[in-house]
Design a protein. Structure first.
Length: 148
């Protein structure tokens, strides 16, 4: 009969350190994915808000035109513009610039181009080029035609 003195139970210190190292590498990967996911979520929310600002500008322009019964056909009063009309502004911490181009890309169709910017230290309506992030919404409009 053989008696084992000091028989091994559990793990050795080396085995525990190796297991902990593998666990640490795995957790670092998970943490990196979590941080990237949070940044992506934040950017997506900001992008969605920027698009909402653009849609508000579109709706405001439409409301202004219909409230005043403007004929925005070319030279018809109200919104008289040449080939290109541009304006800047700021809404909810987002800066925007919009332009209205007549007869683009076809005669009788107007193009409303809205760019919204945010982020960065100097992102204002006057320094729009300094915005860290930007999105663009293009909307084609059939000019208002009054009822006969």
């Amino acid at each position: 009969m053989t008696i084992m003195i000091g028989s091994q139970r559990g793990f050795s210190l080396l085995e525990a350190m190796v297991a902990f190292g593998i666990l640490a590498i795995g957790m670092a990967g998970v943490a990196t994915m979590l941080i990237m996911s949070m940044r992506s979520d934040q950017y997506s929310a900001e992008l969605r808000d920027g698009e909402q600002v653009a849609m508000r500008v579109i709706e405001q322009l439409k409301a202004d035109a219909s409230r005043e019964n403007m004929d925005i056909t070319h030279g018809g009063g109200g919104w008289v513009y040449s080939n290109l009309y541009t304006q800047t502004g700021s809404l909810l911490g987002y800066s925007f610039i919009w332009s209205l181009t007549s007869n683009y890309p076809y005669s009788g169709l107007d193009r409303l181009d809205i760019q919204v910017g945010w982020g960065g230290e100097n992102c204002t309506k006057d320094t729009f080029g300094d915005c860290k992030y930007r999105t663009r919404v293009i909307n084609f409009i059939v000019p208002y035609a009054p009822h006969i």
